[in-house]
Every structure is written in C-alpha cells, then in structure tokens.
Unconditional design. Structure first.
Length: 155
C-alpha cells in the first residue's frame, strides 16, 4: 500500500511539472489559451522592418497595447506593411501618432512603439499611421563605422 501511494504521488508531481512547462511555453511564445479581447486594426508602412516578426508586441509608454498580426510587402511603394491589432480601450490615438520599430536591449526582440501625437482627429479601425521610423540594423551601423574609419586612415 505504501508503494502504491508513493507511485501516485510521483505521478501527480510529474503531471504538475509538465503542466508548468506547458504554461511556460505558452507565455514565452506569446500564445494565450484565453479568448482574445476586443481589438481594432491599424496599418503602418516602414522602409525597413528587419527583425520584426508576427506576434511582436505593440507598446505605448512601455505598456503592451496590442500585437503585430501580419507583415507584407507593399508592391506599389516597396515598403514593409505591418498590420497591428490594438486593444479597443486604446481608441483615441491621434492621426499624427508615430510608430517606431524598437529593440528590447542591445540584441533583443523587435517590437513597435507608438508615440502619441497632438491632433484632435483620431485613428479609426483600418486606419494607417503615416509617421513611422524604421528598424535600426546593427550590421548597417557597424558597416558605416568601419567604412568611416577606413576613409580616415586613407587620408
């Protein structure tokens, strides 16, 4: 009898551990088991979206207010078109708001940060944020630095 209760206890402990790993995997991947909240869709076009992925965070003042749902190439302007789903409670973004692709840390994940504008007119569902700042690519900065240092040495 003692052996049987020990086996059941170990089995329950392993089951709890597997459930904890599953929940951790869902949290890290950005997937949720709960129903999605009321959202509305906004668009933004960027010259360079290097490193931005679907399900990336959309933040305002450091608070997550949505996520990136799609990234496409605009074939007319040859820019990256990003589709964002924002929480319905953030429904008063002015039309002159700015969207920037930012990096969490030096080599961290990319996300979109929104800075609020000052206009009275607000963005509606399906609206487009016109003022954007593209992703900062570390390799490009290093290349420019190296080219400038070579040019200084050759003079």
């Amino acid at each position: 009898m003692q052996s049987r209760s020990l086996e059941i206890g170990v089995g329950l402990f392993l089951l709890a551990g597997l459930l904890a790993l599953l929940l951790l995997a869902l949290r890290v991947s950005g997937l949720t088991a709960s129903a999605s909240q009321d959202t509305y869709r906004l668009y933004a076009s960027f010259d360079n979206i290097a490193g931005l992925t679907v399900r990336a965070k959309v933040t305002m003042a450091g608070v997550t207010i949505g996520k990136v749902t799609a990234i496409d190439l605009d074939r007319d302007t040859y820019t990256g078109r990003v589709t964002m789903e924002l929480e319905k409670r953030i429904d008063n973004l002015p039309v002159d708001s700015t969207a920037s692709i930012l990096t969490a840390g030096l080599l961290g994940e990319k996300y979109i940060g929104i800075s609020v504008g000052g206009e009275d007119k607000v963005l509606q569902d399906g609206g487009t944020i016109r003022d954007t700042q593209s992703s900062l690519v570390l390799e490009d900065l290093i290349g420019k630095f190296l080219i400038n240092s070579v040019n200084k040495d050759s003079k």
